[in-house]
Write a protein that binds this ligand. Structure first.
Ligand code: TRH
Length: 397
């Protein structure tokens, strides 16, 4: 288009937005839909894509997105169309195939939809978004094509990762600025504490810990160590799978949102499970974050605070090499003693040994520095949504 083209004509001939369908089958927990919903929102808001999300479990989704209606087959939230993916054959009322089709975590697309993809005049860009792993092989497999056995379609494997040559991890453009604004604003932090716990912020001498984890036998010993700690410990526990153990420790029937309990140096608050955007301030308000699965693990890294990862357990301990692969990246530049202490603590939290809080806590200053440095290193890979959008655009040219 020449530079003399009148603005009115420029807008008429402007390229149409890329349409993208994301298919998500929820296996369990919140990570599957958590990652898909975050990706959908980013592709829509930062890249201007027209996004539809097909998801089979609206209950799990509603926990992250409370405005979602459970009884609607189709609804639009924040400009994103959400389809309740009910039947294996269902793919929306019309079989309108998008330009980019993302199959999350190897969920199987409806056969009718795949057939429609093959009939489309121009084959869509078909991506299988894999689970995050920090293992070395991931870079070799990232963006590998896999031709369909019957149709003239190619599926490309898109691998998130923590190292160069991978798809990276999700990070919104505004995230660092939002974190820094929260950290810099005393009124914002005070308001957060009041709204979230009903209490004023704890004194500076207290260590604030957020605890999001699966059931974990190691928590009993840790709660005892926090109770007996020389410094005050304030524990923030979003309602969930670890809440029962916390309740038992305090001799309570449950530890549901709004509950508070104290023993020795430890005071604990049970928090309501928030909408997805509300989870980040919890990480920013804490000194150490216990996270799990995939999405909260990533958010803890962007929070630039020391964290402890409860990895999603797999059969035959297949998750343990993944834990060590993440440590190899994250702890790479730590001094030997801090690196060993971090590895010991992560291993103990994942079933190997007993967690020693004092041993971990001793290295807090150096772990904090590393956490901030890691934000810069991880950002060098680029954010997953941006990497994915760039790849799709090169394919659509
Ligand atoms: O819920 P998870 O254990 O999900 C897991 C993992 O994704 C795992 O890889 C996958 O195989 C398994 O599911 C099926 O943990 P994860 O990934 O951290 O997802 C939790 C989501 O919940 C995340 O998007 C943050 C969000 N969240 C809130 O929105 N509000 C909250 O209050 C809390 C505590 C979390």
């Amino acid at each position: 288009m020449s530079s003399t083209t009148p603005p009115s004509e420029q807008s008429v001939t402007a390229p149409t937005a890329i349409a993208c369908d994301i298919f998500c089958a929820v296996i369990d927990n919140f990570g599957d839909i958590g990652v898909c919903w975050r990706l959908a929102r980013q592709l829509a808001s930062e890249h201007g894509w027209l996004v539809r999300v097909f998801v089979d479990d609206l209950h799990a989704f509603q926990k992250l997105c409370p405005s979602l209606a459970l009884d609607r087959a189709r609804q639009t939230i924040g400009g994103i169309v959400i389809e309740h993916w009910q039947e294996p054959a269902h793919a929306g009322d019309t079989l309108e195939v998008a330009d980019v089709v993302i199959e999350a975590f190897a969920c199987e697309l409806p056969p009718a939809y795949v057939a429609a993809m093959a009939r489309r005049e121009r084959a869509p860009v078909w991506l299988n978004l894999e689970y995050l792993s920090a293992e070395d092989w991931v870079a070799d497999f990232h963006l590998r094509p896999s031709p369909h056995p019957r149709y003239p379609l190619t599926k490309t494997f898109f691998f998130p990762g923590l190292g160069p040559g991978t798809g990276g991890v999700l990070k919104e453009r505004h995230l660092d600025a939002a974190r820094m604004a929260f950290e810099a604003s005393q009124p914002a932090r005070e308001a957060w504490w009041l709204e979230t716990t009903g209490r004023a912020p704890p004194p500076a001498a207290a260590t604030v810990i957020s605890l999001f984890a699966y059931e974990n036998p190691a928590v009993d010993s840790l709660l005892e160590q926090w109770r007996d700690s020389a410094e005050p410990v304030v524990l923030l526990v979003p309602e969930g799978r670890i809440s029962g153990a916390v309740a038992r420790f305090f001799g309570l029937p449950s530890f549901t949102a709004g509950s508070h309990a104290e023993r020795g140096s430890l005071s604990a608050h049970a928090l309501a499970f928030t909408a997805q955007a509300g989870y980040d301030p919890l990480l920013w308000a804490s000194d150490v974050n216990f996270v799990r699965g995939e999405d909260s693990f990533v958010r803890a890294q962007w929070a630039a605070k020391p964290f402890v990862w409860h990895i999603y357990p797999q059969a035959d301990d297949a998750h343990l090499p993944k834990l060590d692969a993440a440590l190899a990246h994250y702890a790479r530049t730590l001094p030997g003693d801090a690196r060993s202490a971090l590895a010991r603590f992560w291993h103990a939290w994942n079933g190997a040994g007993k967690p020693d809080w004092a041993d971990f806590r001793r290295h807090h200053a150096v772990l904090k520095r590393r956490a901030a440095e890691w934000v810069g290193e991880l950002a060098l890979i680029g954010d997953l949504a941006g990497n994915l959008a760039l790849f799709a655009k090169t394919q659509l040219k």
